[in-house]
Design a protein around this ligand. Structure first.
Ligand SMILES: Cc1cc2nc3c(=O)[nH]c(=O)nc-3n(C[C@H](O)[C@H](O)[C@H](O)COP(=O)(O)O)c2cc1C
Length: 215
């Protein structure tokens, strides 16, 4: 064990947060205290980012009317997704895919505008901006779990429609509607697995040695 390692209890807490983080769509009444929200956003902001570009932007939605309009965008896309799924449409429509109107806080996570000038680490892989924002969202997700709050990542929306609704500049792109707040309990496993929509595959299916496909 490295002498730089955390204590046993600290390490257990880190792995517990990772293992018990869930994508939540069911919320209960309650608030997220301002200092707690600040801590969570601070955790997001400490994420790694390609070339230290820090491409994340968060918009906190406090206007109830605006929240409703965001939910309507998601509902429209939910119906389009169901249509695109064809024979799985009915099963999809039974799933709960967001808790926008029930959660304490809605945050929209977006990529900043003017990203073209950031070339370091993005010349051949421009999507590393998206990867960086995802790291920030994961930090927020894990910190929320440690604080006992649930978070759900909603990506069912037309990005330009949401960008227009929130007055984003050209080039900025919303990637996630984050539903955050108190929950009654965390799902014991991914909800999509519990609902029979999909099943998790083991790490051994995804781990190769030397050559793709070789274990
Ligand atoms: C990039 C991304 C987008 C997602 N978008 C949605 C979404 O629009 N609606 C939804 O219900 N869940 C969404 N999820 C949650 C996934 O369904 C969930 O992470 C997965 O089923 C595993 O469950 P777990 O997060 O509880 O481990 C998203 C997750 C990620 C990482």
């Amino acid at each position: 064990m490295s002498e730089l390692a955390f204590t046993d209890a600290e390490r257990a807490a880190v792995y517990r947060a990772i293992g018990e983080r869930r994508d939540m769509r069911h919320f209960v009444k309650g608030e997220v205290a301002p200092e707690l929200l600040g801590r969570l956003l601070g955790a997001a902001h400490q994420a790694p980012s390609v070339g230290l570009m820090q491409p994340w932007r968060f918009i906190r939605i406090t206007d109830v009317n605006l929240r409703g309009r965001i939910q309507a965008l998601v509902e429209a896309e939910r119906l389009r997704t169901a249509h695109a799924l064809g024979e799985r449409s009915d099963d999809f429509m039974k799933l709960k895919v967001e808790g926008i109107n029930d959660c304490a806080e809605v945050l929209v996570a977006a990529l900043m505008d003017d990203r073209e000038k950031h070339i370091f680490g993005r010349r051949t892989l421009p999507e590393m901006d998206l990867a960086s924002l995802s790291c920030a969202i994961q930090n927020l997700w894990l910190a929320a779990r440690a604080e006992g709050l649930g978070m759900g990542w909603v990506s069912l929306f037309e990005p330009q429609a949401l960008a227009d609704l929130l007055g984003m500049p050209a080039g900025a792109k919303p990637l996630a509607i984050l539903c955050l707040g108190p929950v009654e309990a965390f799902y014991p496993a991914p909800m999509l697995a519990l609902e029979g929509w999909a099943s998790e595959r083991p790490l051994s299916d995804m781990l190769f040695e030397n050559q793709w496909g070789e274990s």
